[in-house]
Write a protein that binds this ligand. Structure first.
Ligand code: NDP
Length: 268
């Protein structure tokens, strides 16, 4: 059955661009009160203005999800103003895509894990007790197709997104009977600012997904809002990646063969 989003309080991390920003617009259009969190406050404030101009309700809260104290402040601010959090869209993240030996230990490995995985877990840990108190809530975690299949160049990114999948599945099994839904979204490539943060240009040019295969971020955001209306455990986008994932999981030797050819060609 469809859930009404009107007057729901929706906290979105990574709301300053891409999927998060577009989902914020769509949730607000459904009558939800959206709390927009990310590091770039100027972007968030602009989004708040746009949503309010369109008759919606929104609040900007700065957060670096790699910073525990900032997470607590984000959650406390939301609760002070709205009293509850009905939906958490754990969307903040980035990917540094390169051969492992080219990734630096700081931003490329440690920070990527801190933001994509540890940060997501800590935001959830901060929000969950309040949902449990209300006996209702929906946590939507942003993973990736790279949370099911791990191609060359994606070692650390895939590790974080596989981690999000494991976390999501275990948490759903812990809290479903207490009224909390826990879902994960697994998109393939989409045209957002994600590609601006993946690292070295020469690598990106060789390996980036062709434009005709990329989803629009609007499509992904619409599916996320639909997921909030019709909760389900897993949303793979576009649907045909389900087949790719199935093949990768059932025929890993074939998958290895092709991907190792790829590495042989480019990893000198
Ligand atoms: P964008 O780069 O457009 O958005 C990323 C968002 O994450 C921004 O709002 C950014 O805000 C925020 N963010 C990054 N680091 C932090 C941090 N330390 N603390 C708080 N917020 C942070 O890319 P997308 O919209 O594509 O990415 C959204 C999610 O979707 C990510 O988790 C990504 O891994 C995932 N994804 C993306 C795919 C794609 O092809 N685009 C495919 C599959 C999954 P700010 O810089 O202001 O902090």
């Amino acid at each position: 059955m469809s859930r009404l989003l009107k007057d729901k309080v929706v906290l979105i991390t990574g709301a300053s661009s891409g999927f998060g920003a577009l989902a914020a617009h769509l949730f607000a259009r459904e009558g939800a009160k959206v709390v927009l969190a990310a590091r770039r406050l100027d972007r968030l404030q602009k989004l708040v203005d746009e949503i309010q101009d369109a008759g919606g309700e929104a609040l900007a809260v700065p957060v670096d999800v790699a910073n525990h104290a900032e997470i607590d402040l984000m959650v406390d601010t939301t609760l002070d103003i709205y009293g509850r959090i009905d939906i958490l869209f754990n969307n903040a993240g980035f990917g540094r895509l390169d051969w492992l030996e080219n990734l630096d230990n700081g931003r490329d490995i440690q920070t990527q894990v801190n933001v994509n995985l540890t940060g997501l877990m800590q935001v959830t840990r901060a929000v969950l007790p309040h949902m449990l108190k209300e006996g209702i809530g929906h946590i939507i975690n942003m993973s990736s197709v790279a949370g099911w299949t791990a191609p060359p160049l994606y070692s650390v990114y895939s590790a974080t997104k596989f981690g999000v999948r494991g976390f999501t599945n275990a948490l759903r099994r812990e809290v479903r009977h207490l009224g909390i839904d826990v879902s994960a979204v697994y998109p393939g490539a989409a045209a957002t600012e994600f590609g601006q943060h993946t690292g070295d240009d020469s690598v990106k040019k060789k390996f980036s997904t062709p434009a005709w295969l990329r989803m629009t971020p609007e499509f992904v955001a619409e599916k996320v809002v639909r997921l909030a209306k019709y909760p389900r455990r897993t949303l793979i986008l576009p649907w045909w990646f389900t087949i790719v994932i199935w093949l990768d999981n059932h025929f890993p030797a074939i998958s290895d063969f092709f991907q190792i050819q790829f590495s042989k060609k480019y990893h000198q």
